[in-house]
Structure formats: structure tokens, C-alpha cells
Design a binder for this molecule. Structure first.
Ligand code: COA
Ligand code: NAP
Length: 264
């Protein structure tokens, strides 16, 4: 049972990068449960196929699985074309594709740093641009960038990811200003630590779970479906006058400094 009306996004089409796993699979499920048809996009076709079948079975909606690396502008354009061909429209774009690993800045090569900026920051721009050119410029719509809170306090071992997400935040505001007159709203969600995700299982130092949970004002990690609820809200008419916003969904974690416990 949802807090939102089941048909709040009825008839709309969403394209979600990173939608085959973790937080963005949770977002896709929520969008589909509220009436969207969806395309999920990432590098691995087999993973996407399995996720699309699961999402269709859970929601009764339609889900297209399209493999593309967001670092490949041609592949991204083809993914947007495939979405338009299958569903005939595109209204909502969620940029969740990202890459990350824990490393001290002193152990990071320029190539490693660039790789994360290429996926998170340039990839987000590439997807926004293709969706804007092929659909949103003419019809308006909503873009939702998945950011983080790492760069609010300078979390250790995350220089590359923090810089990439800071660029995503800036892009969110710039595009909101440039594309607002064309009816395109551009917002971001900054999740805190979300349970059962690649981001947390691989990036949380061993033995830190309990201490991290205690440090969060709401005393627990978040869930992918809670980020999904925020995505439904920001994509819905309830957010019709919201653009350029970065909605932090983290149980208060960053303010209390809990992310700093990532330091081993
Ligand atoms: N520490 C330091 N540098 C690292 C690293 C680590 N743990 N892991 C990768 N790198 C560096 C590599 O060393 C390489 O640079 P180099 O050739 O100078 O050494 C550079 O990053 C590119 O690595 P590569 O493995 O070739 O990139 P890729 O495109 O195959 O993979 C990653 C991208 C590294 C981001 C990979 O972790 C990934 O695919 N992640 C997707 C899933 C994910 O991260 N989910 C969490 C989302 S928050
Ligand atoms: P995840 O499941 O690993 O999600 C990342 C997704 O991006 C994967 O589905 C991956 O699929 C895809 N991807 C990676 N590189 C890609 C590329 N070059 N091109 C296209 N797709 C690519 O991790 P997650 O933890 O749920 O993270 C989802 C988002 O939330 C990310 O933006 C992350 O920064 C953000 N976030 C997460 C947390 C957390 O607690 N987990 C906290 C704050 C922010 P393929 O491997 O198939 O490409």
C-alpha cells in the first residue's frame, strides 16, 4: 500500500540509468507501481533482463531493458531511441548510474579519478542531453539526478566520488535554470547510507555497521523503497513547482557526521 495514489504517474514513461540494481531498481519499482512504463539502462544486459522481468512481475507494468554505457554517447542516444520506439514518449529521466570504490586520494591515479567523473558527472550530462534533445525539449518533463552527501563534509576515501557528485549537484541547478522555461524540472536526491545496496556492502568498512547506525539521528540505514518514495514525489504533480532542489534522504546522517565513520 502506497502513500501516493496508484495512478499518480499514469501514462508516463521513465528512463532510469542504473535501474537494474540497488537504489535505482527500487526507484524504478516505485515509478512503475504508480503507473509508469520504464526503460532501465546499464552496461550488463543479463542483469537488466533479470531486473526487468522481476519489476514487471512485481508491478504488472512494462519494463524495457537496454544495455548502454553512459560513457558512450552513441549508446546512450540509442537507448533513448529504443525507449521512444517502444513506448512512444519519455517524461521522466533518472540518472543513477555511478561507479565508486574506497581509496585514499594518495592511492588514486588520475585515470581512476577520471573514471568516476566520467561515469557519474559526464554520464549524467550525456543522458540529460540525449533525453532533452530527443523528447524533453519538445514536451517538458522531469529529470532526477541521484547524488550523495559525501561532498558536504569531505568524507575520507571518497575524493573522486565527492567531486563527481558535487558536479552532479551543480549540473542539477544549471539545467533547472536553462531548461525550466521549456517545462523541464531538474532535481536531485542525495541518499544517505541505504541498506542492501552495492554502495553500502562494498563501501562500508567491515565492522562499522552498528556504529554507523547509532550515529544516524534516525538510528538506522535507509531503504531503497524510501528513495523510491522521494522519486515518486519529485516526479509527481505534487512537485510541479519544485526545480533545482537537492532533496537529502538520509535520516539526518550527514549533519550528525556519521559518514565520517567511513574512515578506517
Ligand atoms: N582503488 C583505486 N583505484 C581504483 C580502484 C580502487 N579500489 N578500482 C578501480 N580503480 C581505478 C583503476 O585502477 C583504473 O585506473 P588505473 O588504470 O590508473 O589503475 C581506473 O580506476 C579504471 O578502472 P577500471 O576497472 O578499468 O574501470 P571500469 O570502467 O571497468 O569500472 C569502476 C569502473 C572502477 C568504477 C567499477 O568499480 C564499477 O564498474 N563500478 C560500478 C558499480 C559501483 O561502483 N557501484 C557503487 C555505486 S556508488
Ligand atoms: P549499484 O547497484 O551498483 O548501482 C549503480 C548502477 O550503475 C548499477 O546498476 C550499474 O549497472 C550501473 N552502472 C555503473 N557504471 C555504469 C556505466 N558506465 N554505464 C551505465 N551504467 C553503469 O549501487 P547503489 O549503491 O544502488 O547506487 C545507486 C546510486 O545511488 C548511485 O548513483 C550512487 O552513487 C548513489 N548513492 C548510493 C548510496 C548507497 O548507500 N548505496 C548512497 C548515496 C548515493 P552495470 O554494472 O550493469 O553497468
Amino acid at each position: 500500500m502506497s502513500i501516493f495514489r496508484d495512478d499518480v504517474l499514469a501514462g508516463q514513461v521513465a528512463l532510469v540509468t542504473g535501474g537494474g540494481s540497488g537504489i535505482c531498481k527500487g526507484i524504478t519499482e516505485k515509478l512503475m507501481a504508480h503507473g509508469c512504463r520504464a526503460a532501465i539502462v546499464s552496461r550488463t544486459q543479463s542483469k537488466l533482463d533479470a531486473a526487468a522481468a522481476e519489476l514487471e512481475a512485481k508491478t504488472g507494468g512494462a519494463c524495457l531493458a537496454v544495455a548502454a554505457d553512459v560513457r558512450d554517447a552513441g549508446a546512450v542516444e540509442s537507448a533513448v531511441d529504443a525507449t521512444l520506439e517502444r513506448f512512444g514518449r519519455l517524461d521522466i529521466v533518472v540518472n543513477g548510474a555511478a561507479g565508486n570504490f574506497l581509496t585514499p586520494a594518495a592511492g588514486l591515479s588520475p585515470k581512476g579519478y577520471r573514471t568516476v567523473l566520467d561515469i557519474d558527472a559526464v554520464g549524467t550530462y550525456t543522458v540529460c542531453r540525449a533525453a532533452f534533445d530527443k523528447a524533453l525539449r519538445a514536451n517538458g518533463g522531469s529529470i532526477l539526478n541521484i547524488s550523495a552527501t559525501l561532498h558536504y563534509t569531505g568524507v575520507p576515501l571518497q575524493t573522486h566520488a565527492g567531486a563527481a557528485k558535487a558536479a552532479v549537484d551543480a549540473m542539477t541547478r544549471h539545467l533547472a535554470v536553462e531548461w525550466g522555461p521549456l517545462g523541464v524540472r531538474v532535481n536531485a536526491i542525495a541518499p544517505g547510507p541505504i541498506d542492501d545496496t552495492e554502495g553500502m556492502t562494498r563501501l562500508m568498512p567491515a565492522g562499522m555497521r552498528e556504529a554507523m547506525e547509532r550515529s544516524i539521528p534516525l538510528q538506522r540505514f535507509g531503504r531503497a523503497d524510501e528513495i523510491g518514495d522521494a522519486a515518486v514525489f519529485l516526479s509527481s504533480p505534487a512537485a510541479a513547482y519544485i526545480s533545482g532542489a537537492i532533496l537529502v534522504v538520509d535520516g539526518g546522517a550527514w549533519m550528525a557526521g556519521g559518514m565520517k565513520l567511513m574512515q578506517p
